[in-house]
Structures are given as structure tokens and as C-alpha cells.
Design a protein around this ligand. Sequence first.
Ligand SMILES: CC(C)(COP(=O)(O)OP(=O)(O)OC[C@H]1O[C@@H](n2cnc3c(N)ncnc32)[C@H](O)[C@@H]1OP(=O)(O)O)[C@@H](O)C(=O)NCCC(=O)NCCS
Length: 203
Amino acid sequence: MSVGPTLVSLDAIHAEAAARLHMEGQPGTFLTRLGADVLTVLYRTLPSSTGGFGYAMVAHPQEVLGFVSATTQTGALFWEMGTRRLPALLPPLLRRFVRNPALALLALQTVTYPLLHPADPVPAAELLSIMVRSDLRGEGVGTLLLAALRAECQRRALAALDVTVAAANAGAQRFYQRHGFVCTQRFVLYGQPMYRYRAVFAP
Ligand SMILES: CC(C)(COP(=O)(O)OP(=O)(O)OC[C@H]1O[C@@H](n2cnc3c(N)ncnc32)[C@H](O)[C@@H]1OP(=O)(O)O)[C@@H](O)C(=O)NCCC(=O)NCCS
């Protein structure tokens, strides 16, 4: 019996595939420059981290066609990576920093980035990443992933979903705008102009 693509909760077993999709979907960005090993630690940590959640569209348990990840506590995610996951995180991170010391400064910006966005008066989640395999884009997978994320946000009684997107990523901005996100802020991160978008949920 053949089973079609299925939407499942993002899990640590998807971490390596999610890291690969992230490398492919966001070439040249800071997180991608940290390498697949570091991203794998990120996606292994996220599903079990405080406030972390997401969805994957899978063909087989570990064949990931696309995924979306979010958290209500970005600071807790970095804390858990820097404590519980340190043995796995440190060796690849140090290798990258030795080869490219400028990346260490950018990493510091990543950790301080949540401070740029002081506590919100409304309970909100941060969409950290949404990636669809390049040969499957434009077929509605991203829309299904985002719909599942929004439903979970509403189930968690969150009032809004935020996302930071590079100003240069016109395709993703079109996608977010089409799904009701509105640009709320412009700023510079990693030396690149960034836009912050927000979708507000009806109470
Ligand atoms: C953005 C993304 C997740 C959308 O997923 P998707 O499955 O292609 O989205 P859907 O098929 O549900 O919707 C298609 C819409 O997405 C947008 N889109 C953005 N990039 C696209 C691409 N390369 N191909 C097709 N559509 C794209 C368009 O608005 C498109 O609608 P339109 O063609 O009518 O303008 C996907 O294109 C992707 O993985 N991009 C690379 C990674 C990325 O930039 N992620 C966002 C930053 S975290």
C-alpha cells in the first residue's frame, strides 16, 4: 500500500533532513554558513525545547518534503542549545569560528537578537523557518505547513505569529503577504536589511 505525503509534528528524527532543506533553501545566510551539523543540533533541540513546535510534510518517516518551525521562547531555545546540547554543538561551531572568526560576532548577534524585540504585550510565536524542497515549491506544501502552524498557535491561545525575513527574499515575502502577514518593522541584522512581518489571529 503506498501512502501519500503526510503532515506530522516536527520531531528530532527530522533534524538532519530539516538541516539539509535549510541549507538548500537559505543559501548564504548566517545560519547556513554555520553548517549542516549546527543546524542539525538546532532542529534536534527545537521540538522538545520549551515553547518549540513545528510540522513536517513527510513521504516516509525521514524523507522530509518541507517543514515549518516556531517557538514562543527564542531565548529558551538558545539556552537549551548552549547547555543541554553543548557537547554536540561546540565542536562544529568552533571549527567554523576558527575558519571564519567574523561568524563568532554574528553568532553573538543571534543570541542578543531576541533582546531587540522586547517582551510583546500580546502572546506571540516566532516562525523560525519554513522550507520546502526546491522541486516541490509552488504546489501548496508551504500553505499546508503554515495552516497547521497557525492552527496550533490558535490552539495555544497565541494572538500573533511573527517572522523575520531578509529584505532580499522577495519570494518569501510574497508568500507571507499572501497569507495575511503585514510588515511591522525594518532593521539590520548580520549587516543585512531585514523585515519583520506579523500575522494577527482573530480572537
Ligand atoms: C517560501 C516557501 C516556504 C513557500 O512554500 P511553497 O510550497 O512554495 O508555497 P505554496 O506553493 O504554498 O505557495 C506558493 C507561493 O509561495 C511564494 N514563493 C516563494 N518562493 C517561491 C518559489 N521558489 N517557488 C514558488 N513559489 C514561491 C509565492 O508567493 C507563491 O505564490 P505565487 O507564485 O502565486 O506568487 C518556499 O518557496 C521555500 O522553501 N522557499 C525557500 C526558503 C525560504 O525562503 N523560506 C522563507 C524564509 S524562512
